[in-house]
Design a protein around this ligand. Structure first.
Ligand code: HEC
Length: 292
């Protein structure tokens, strides 16, 4: 009944954005839930869709899976497994650790499950178009926040954001939710239990992070003639570490949001040529390792 009444009022609310607006409703729905399960795809313009699944339960229990990684918290220990490298790390889980993880896209909207202050980080929320996603009518909400603008798709019937879009550098990404469940029941503990698969090794931190010297030859081969010491197109010199780091095209630790990596991933660079995916992956790994 409540849901019905609410949905009848949504056009009015969306127009005036009087409380409770979509943001407030989303936070309220997430905060009162005992568990959340979401299946979604992240689609990048020109890229293939990436499947994600996220389960959250109270007492800091979480399971998040992407095509390349798995994060599992049983409420005490957070295990992070890198599928390609077959490496995992384990550490004590705290609310700030989980929050920090979830506040990155593509899971930002769902961090409201854990974060009662979710709405406080939002500078403005304005209604956009109404869209029809496979028969479900959703309201676009254009959100500004210090970490970047996003568009969320608000589902007035469920009172929550289900999907949206965000920018990664200059590339737009869409989050398409295929399944979302919020319940007042805990999820089974088996979902939050993780044991290392056969062949996996614990990352003791001894495995050396990539350094600039490891990737410089790649820059030399594919970027140097246009972004080098003699000629630094767009003020980007990839052959000098200090100059490169001052170009603002690299976010250490975050290759997904580094303009330089995205320029290669989208095929925009190297201009007029191409390079092997392994070389792009190596540069991305270097950025994720901290770009030292
Ligand atoms: C043949 C010349 C050429 C090569 C080779 C080349 N680039 Fe570029 N690059 C350009 C030009 C021209 C621009 C500016 C025009 C544009 O943005 O498309 C540019 C722009 C960029 C930008 C955007 C800079 C900004 O701040 O907007 C990045 C990042 C970049 N290149 C990275 C690379 C990387 C990484 C490589 C090597 C893998 C590479 N480029 C190879 C010519 C080149």
């Amino acid at each position: 009944m409540k849901a019905l009444l609410f949905s009848a009022f949504v056009p009015l609310l969306a127009l005036t954005m009087t409380a409770p607006g979509p943001v407030e409703s989303h936070v309220a729905t997430m905060q009162k839930a005992t568990s959340l399960s979401v299946k979604f795809k992240v689609v990048q313009a020109g890229g293939s869709p990436q499947d994600y699944s996220l389960s959250l339960s109270r007492d800091l229990k979480m399971r998040l899976e992407s095509p390349t990684k798995l994060w599992v918290s049983d409420g005490k220990t957070l295990s992070i497994y890198d599928k390609a490298k077959k490496l995992y790390t384990q550490g004590e889980v705290t609310k700030p650790t989980l929050l920090k993880l979830l506040q990155n896209e593509p899971t930002w909207a769902f961090s409201a499950f854990l974060d009662g202050d979710f709405a406080k980080s939002i500078t403005s929320a304005k209604p956009g178009d109404e869209i029809n996603q496979k028969g479900v009518v959703l309201q676009e909400v254009k959100i500004s926040k210090p970490t970047g603008a996003v568009t969320e798709f608000y589902d007035p019937k469920m009172g929550l954001f289900r999907g949206g879009s965000f920018m990664q550098g200059t590339v737009q990404n869409f989050i398409q939710v295929s399944e979302i469940k919020v319940t007042d029941q805990s999820l089974p503990d088996t979902l939050f239990a993780w044991t290392p698969p056969a062949g996996a090794t614990l990352n003791t931190g001894v495995t050396t992070a990539l350094v600039y010297a490891d990737v410089k030859p790649i820059f030399q081969q594919y970027c140097g003639k246009c972004h080098g010491n003699d000629r630094a197109t767009k003020n980007l010199n990839t052959l000098n570490y200090e100059a490169l780091m001052s170009s603002n095209t690299i976010r250490p630790g975050d290759s997904a949001r580094s303009i330089l990596v995205n320029a290669m991933r989208t095929g925009a660079m190297p201009r007029g040529g191409s390079m092997p995916k392994e070389d792009i992956d190596k540069i991305a790994q270097w950025v994720d390792d901290g770009a030292k």
